[in-house]
Write a protein that binds this ligand. Structure first.
Ligand code: XUL
Ligand code: CO
Length: 515
């Protein structure tokens, strides 16, 4: 059922909007406060002239000081479902219809979309401590400016940024968000000061979450950006660093509990090595396991109910990351007796970096009931690094959603857009379009996968390939009952095997039928 398109809000509250103005535009803010009428006139004139200058992009393609939060409020209303939209209408959902039922659940329930704070409201991967949503890369500075962000590490800026983010989540219709502790609040001079900063911003977050109904899919601790973590956090050669990391995670779990986080993620960006010449790998992995045991103990002590997740990645920033891929992480958890406390947060861009096909880690973790959540993004596999692009490939998203449907959902995890708009996509509208298009791609993937599963043709054909395991000695091997002698005897009776065609092209063509 198509949702009725909500009417655009005509005017937002000028006083509230003024909170989003950067310090450098205080003059403008004062004028707003003094004269609401004049303000409305100014904005209207600006919108008209920018619309004229830039056509359909007019609402957001503006430069300072005209650009401001009110453009977010006024120009981009709640994104609506419009299945018959034309090719250039990229700010509407053509496939994602939140309340539409697919295989017994609503799209919203299956997909559990989440916006990540660090890419969309901070900077590029927190590679620096101070990072704006800037588009900076190792070869050049900021290309992207957001009007609500004055570039400072002040608490005021942190709170203003958070309010803008919640407005974004709401307009997009996304019910979850994710953040690192250091995304939302600035570091202080001591851990105590940092924690106090975090508490102050978390108060605002709690309030915004309550008002908007947007929930926390997961929180995580940034234990990779600060220079103290250069050798790692839990796997640092310096135990002082590890105990600092432990103290940071203690606070992170408390904050997660307070905000009702449904999961808590560990991405060990610097838990790895650059050189085997100076590294005791066994000691570092033992320390990592010991660290997780402290986490489990504290989680249980405070009664945090969220699911713990580990996010594999093979490299970057370290040359080799210990959580290389899904199978490596599952083996690590098994080795140290931690399997029942964790699941995996799979990011397909990391999967392809590990040299696997896009859906490989999703399928492997799901096969062992260890798929907990997904950082829904994509890379450019022709490159050797993590580009964190928005997922736009229908085939890839179909295969991921097939795995999600087959394991009966991803909750309490979700599809978190750990993705950033390109450095060249500088307009605020691009941030909306990126999310809308990615949501639509996953919605298409969901519908495709549901059709594939309900028709059952692919599954039937896969099962047919394994039919010899259902009876005879094959079944006895599968059940762990057969012996080598028995197999030898069976070969004497059956003769040489003559396996059937794998029919790869037939399977690929069948899958294409659903894309
Ligand atoms: C890094 C990455 C992180 C984690 C959270 O490549 O994916 O943003 O998702 O720390
Ligand atoms: Co990620």
């Amino acid at each position: 059922m198509a949702q009725a398109a909500p009417k655009r809000q005509k005017t937002a509250n000028a006083t509230r909007e003024s909170e989003f103005f950067p310090a450098s535009h205080q003059l403008f803010v004062c004028r707003v406060r003094k004269s609401r009428q004049k303000f409305v006139l100014q904005v209207t004139t600006l919108l008209t002239s920018f619309s004229r200058m830039t056509g359909e992009w007019g609402c957001v393609k503006v430069t300072r000081p005209a650009t401001s939060h009110e453009l977010l409020a006024k120009c981009i209303g709640p994104v609506v479902y419009k299945p018959d939209a034309g090719a250039s209408e990229t700010l509407v959902f053509r496939h994602y219809n939140a309340q539409q039922e697919v295989m017994g659940r609503t799209m919203e329930e299956w997909l559990r979309f989440s916006v990540c704070y660090w890419h969309s409201f901070r900077g590029v991967e927190l590679k620096e401590l101070l990072c704006l949503p800037s588009g900076s890369d190792p070869f050049g500075g900021a290309t992207i400016k957001r009007s609500w962000d004055d570039g400072s590490e002040s608490l005021d800026n942190a709170k203003r940024r958070l309010r803008a983010a919640f407005e974004f989540f709401t307009k997009l219709g996304v019910k979850y968000w994710t953040f690192h502790d250091r995304d939302v609040a600035p570091e202080g001079k001591t851990l105590a000061e940092t924690n106090a900063n975090l508490d102050e911003v978390v108060d605002v977050a709690a309030d915004l979450m309550k008002k908007t109904g947007v929930k926390l899919l997961w929180a995580t601790c940034n234990m990779f950006a600060h220079p103290r973590f250069m050798h790692g956090a839990a796997t640092s050669c310096d135990s002082h660093v590890t105990l600092y990391a432990a103290a940071q995670v203690k606070k992170g779990l408390e904050v997660a509990k307070r905000l009702g986080a449904e999961n808590f993620v560990f991405w060990g960006g610097r838990e790895g090595y650059h050189s085997l010449a100076n590294t005791n790998v066994r000691a570092e992995l033992d320390h990592l396991a010991a660290f997780y045991k402290m986490v489990i103990a504290y989680k249980e002590k405070i009664g945090f109910k969220g699911q713990l997740l580990i996010e594999p990645k093979p490299k970057e920033p370290t040359r080799h990351q210990y959580d290389y891929d899904a199978q490596t992480v599952m083996a690590f958890l098994h080795q140290y007796g931690l399997s029942k406390h964790f699941k995996l947060n799979i990011e397909p861009n990391h999967t392809t970096l590990a040299g696997h096909p896009y859906e490989h880690d999703v399928i492997f973790s799901s096969a062992y009931d260890m798929l907990g959540s997904i950082d829904a993004n994509t890379g450019s596999p022709d490159l050797g690094w993590d580009t964190d692009q928005f997922p736009m490939d229908v085939r890839s998203c179909t295969m991921v959603m097939k795995a999600v449907l087959e394991q009966d959902g991803i909750a309490p995890g979700g599809l978190n857009f750990d993705a950033k708009v390109r450095r060249e996509s500088t307009a605020l509208k691009d941030l909306f379009i990126a999310h809308v298009a990615a949501m639509d791609t996953f919605a298409r993937g969901l519908k495709n996968a549901a059709k594939m599963i309900s028709e059952g043709v692919v599954k039937k054909s896969i099962n047919a390939r394994y039919v010899s395991w259902k009876s005879g000695v094959g079944a006895r091997i599968a059940q762990g009952e057969a012996t080598l002698e028995e197999c030898e005897k069976a070969v004497a009776e059956l003769g040489d095997p003559h396996p059937d065609s794998g029919q790869q092209e037939h399977f690929e063509a069948m899958i294409n039928h659903y894309i």
